[in-house]
Ligand binder design. Sequence first.
Ligand code: SF4
Ligand code: SF4
Length: 145
Amino acid sequence: MRKIIPIHVDPGSLSSEEKCGYCTNTTCCTYITQELDTPRSMEDFDTLLWQLSHENIQAYKDEGDWYLLVNNRCHHLQQDGRCGIYEIRPQICREYSNEDCEFNTPSGEDDFDLFFADYKSLDSYCRKRYKTWDRRWEKFARDNA
Ligand code: SF4
Ligand code: SF4
């Protein structure tokens, strides 16, 4: 059996050309983000709550903007961390810079203005934000009458 021996290097000491070859997690290919319209109403947050009810979906607010975080590996990411379609990879992958990527500074929940790991954390936030959160469906019914 092939044994993988982890090599610990300081990402800051590597050139852009060298860096990806030492990166074992390839975090940049394991998620996508989608900017959201800023949620303002209870309806908006109710929809976001539905989105976070799904597997591997999180949300965060960063520098005033809201994003959906979809934590799913790219189908083309190979076991060895290489891109399986490197020659024809999408433009967004070509433009991605590894100069200060997740290998240098892994993102954590504390890096954002707000971070919602799951349904429960968003629901808790909504309860604080809206006194009538538990009765929102009555409002939705009134609005749609
Ligand atoms: S861009 Fe960064 S996170 Fe992605 S494979 Fe290269 S070093 Fe790793
Ligand atoms: S297409 Fe290749 S470079 Fe782009 S996310 Fe997938 S594995 Fe990474």
